[in-house]
Design a protein around this ligand. Structure first.
Ligand SMILES: *[C@@H]1O[C@H](CO)[C@@H](O)[C@H](O)[C@H]1NC(C)=O
Ligand SMILES: *[C@@H]1O[C@H](CO)[C@@H](O)[C@H](O)[C@H]1NC(C)=O
Length: 305
């Protein structure tokens, strides 16, 4: 009897592929993903070679861990709340909100459907965008034909990117520049500070303004900065206008300040006079309060004949 049962099971299991050919014909595919820190990352996944298919559950785990970090079964998410299916009705694509550096890695993605189950390995890389670049010249005021260093700095990006230089006419000066990269890693928060220096032994001021373009590690632009070059003459004009502005502001503050002080003095004198005036008739009901208030007040009232 049990032998018959075993034979039946063996025969059935042999026939399963024939009965459900779709199990092996369709595929689950996920594209490699590059996420940006603090933004929402979509992991694009698709069912291939099948039209009618319904997701019944999924689970996602890091390849290095045993427990899944996210699951979706019976219409319910559990695990890390930043993870979810983008739209279970449309497909197996995943999304991560508020992406973190720790999300980087290899994952094993398991999908259970009404036509069988599939597993796929997927990779997530995390990058961080470079903040608005800051450009400057050294020295601050440049003389035509003089020596100058142009700087363009960008911070908080990851991984290391690039800085390219262009002049007013669009000529590419990047070849002449020198890029330094300083990598920082504090508590898993990785960032790179980029600083590019473009040196001119003899600058032609008509080349300006310069533009520096900050690119991420994939050569996608993260930001740009326009660098106006102030000639030494313009610069000194500007500086004097700034100082004269400051003098005006200081003068204004002094006038307003002395006005306020004068007003306060007038108010104090006025009040003192009033207090002395009003004291006699109303002194009795407030005597206990007044004696406790100011020693000066007591002295004054004692001295009055
Ligand atoms: C840019 O970085 C360079 C080198 O670290 C530094 O000398 C320069 O002052 C920086 N410029 C600005 C505007 O932060
Ligand atoms: C500018 O020059 C750099 C370095 O030679 C190069 O990598 C980059 O592609 C150039 N950019 C353009 C827009 O030509």
């Amino acid at each position: 009897m049990s032998l018959v049962m075993v034979m039946v099971i063996v025969i059935i299991s042999l026939f399963i592929p024939a009965v459900r050919p779709s199990q092996d014909l369709w595929r689950l595919e996920c594209l490699p993903t590059v996420g940006i820190v603090a933004e929402t990352t979509v992991i694009n996944c698709n069912f291939k070679d099948i039209q009618e298919i319904k997701i019944e559950g999924v689970s996602l785990k890091k390849i290095t861990e045993n427990k899944p970090l996210f699951t979706f079964f019976e219409e319910t998410n559990s695990g890390d709340p930043r993870f979810g299916l983008k739209n279970p009705a449309l497909g197996p694509s995943l999304q991560i909100s508020d992406t973190k550096f720790s999300d980087e890695g290899e994952y094993l993605y398991y999908v259970l459907t009404d036509t069988g189950e599939k597993k796929v390995q997927l990779r997530i890389t995390i990058t961080a965008k470079y903040k608005n670049p800051i450009s400057s010249t050294w020295p601050k005021d440049v003389t035509d034909g003089g020596t100058v260093d142009l700087y363009c700095n960008a911070t908080d990006g990851y991984p290391a990117g690039f800085i390219h230089w262009f002049d007013r006419s669009g000529t590419n000066w990047t070849m002449n520049s020198d890029l330094t990269k300083a990598t920082n890693d504090t508590n898993g928060l990785k960032s790179v500070a980029l600083s590019s220096k473009l040196t001119f032994k003899s600058i032609n001021l008509n080349l300006g303004p310069f533009r520096c373009i900050v690119l991420n590690s994939k050569y996608v632009q993260d930001g740009e900065s326009t660098l106006q070059i102030t000639s030494a003459r313009d610069g000194s004009d500007k500086e004097s206008s700034i100082t004269s502005n400051t003098t005006h502001i200081v003068a204004g503050v002094m006038v307003i300040g002395s006005l306020i002080v004068g007003l306060l003095c007038a108010l104090l004198i006025f009040r003192k006079k009033n207090v002395q005036h009003d004291r006699r008739p109303s002194a009795h009901p407030f005597l206990s309060y007044e004696s406790g208030s100011t020693a000066e007040g007591d002295l004054e009232s004692d001295n009055t004949p």
